[in-house]
Ligand binder design. Structure first.
Ligand code: SAH
Length: 275
């Protein structure tokens, strides 16, 4: 039903465009589609579980208040160099304020990380968009995420991929993320509390792996769990000296490594500390 709502508006827009050179009406309808997407009335992507199940339901928290801020945020991310329209559409439609506590809700659409408790942060939206673009996801992809945190990045991935498997080491955060994602109606996700260094061997191999806490080096077990042709994006390094790295597993088994951006993530908790 939801994609056809977009088609319906597009047909209207096309009719007006023929009648009146289209400029103003075209813009009006574009804005209408954007607003409906922001409100969760239409989904950016209907692939995934069930008929329309990975679309995000409208949220009740400050429903209309953030509309312009979210549009500004997406425009800012585009200006910073993310150009994948599928990714930008999802950033424009996922309600980041649902993943942020009351205390920081007014800043939900600032392009900054924000505290989510337990010394952890929800990632900066530009970095979420940049890493997601680097993963180059297809609608049927199976994705492993290490560091669920607030669940915001998980939600973005779930709107672009088929199934998302996400591991969080802090149980309290995993539970909170699960509640928010369930309330938003995101169902193509699988959450687990545990040690991300081990990956999720029972569900491997994955088309894409994203790590949202910084290990000193990319864990070998994660590389093993990547499909041939798959991409792994992770911040790597200690303290201030981290780089975002993208690995691609090649047919001959070799791994191609690209260094993308200097970044600053919370450290990945060493293996064994959670057990
Ligand atoms: N993508 C998240 C960012 C969370 S910050 C968001 O947008 O909200 C990184 C998260 O990684 C933190 O929640 C932290 O607890 C988690 N983390 C750190 N070390 C980990 C490990 N070894 N295994 C799994 N999760 C880990």
């Amino acid at each position: 039903m939801r994609p056809s709502a977009i088609d319906f508006i597009r047909q209207f827009a096309a009719r007006f465009a023929v009648r009146d050179n289209g400029e103003n009406q075209g813009k009006f309808f574009q804005n209408l589609i954007r607003s409906m997407t922001l409100l969760g009335l239409v989904s950016a992507n209907s692939a995934g579980c069930g008929q329309d199940a990975n679309s995000v339901k409208p949220v009740e928290v400050g429903k209309l208040r953030f509309e312009q801020q979210q549009i500004d945020l997406v425009n800012g991310i585009r200006e910073k160099g993310v150009h994948d329209e599928k990714v930008l559409k999802v950033i424009a439609s996922v309600p980041r304020h649902a993943f942020v506590s009351d205390e920081f809700r007014q800043s939900s659409y600032d392009d900054n990380p924000l505290p989510i408790g337990d010394g952890q942060t929800i990632s900066q939206p530009y970095i979420v968009a940049y890493m997601t673009e680097a993963l180059d996801l297809e609608p049927q992809d199976r994705v492993l995420e290490i560091g669920t945190g607030s669940g915001y990045q998980t939600c973005v991935l779930a709107r672009l991929a088929g199934q998302v498997y996400s591991i969080e080491i802090i149980d309290e955060l995993a539970k909170r993320a699960k509640k928010v994602l369930t309330d938003l109606g995101v169902c193509n996700i699988h959450l687990r509390t545990g040690d991300g260094y081990k990956g999720w061997p029972e569900e491997a191999p994955f088309d894409a792996i994203i790590v949202t806490a910084a290990p000193p080096a990319i864990p070998e077990k994660l590389i093993e769990q990547l499909k041939v042709g798959g991409r792994l994006v992770a911040p790597v390094g200690k303290d201030e000296m981290q780089w975002l790295v993208c690995l691609t597993k090649q047919a001959n088994g070799e791994v191609k490594r690209e260094t993308l951006l200097p970044v600053r993530f919370v450290p990945m908790v060493p293996s064994g500390r959670s057990d």
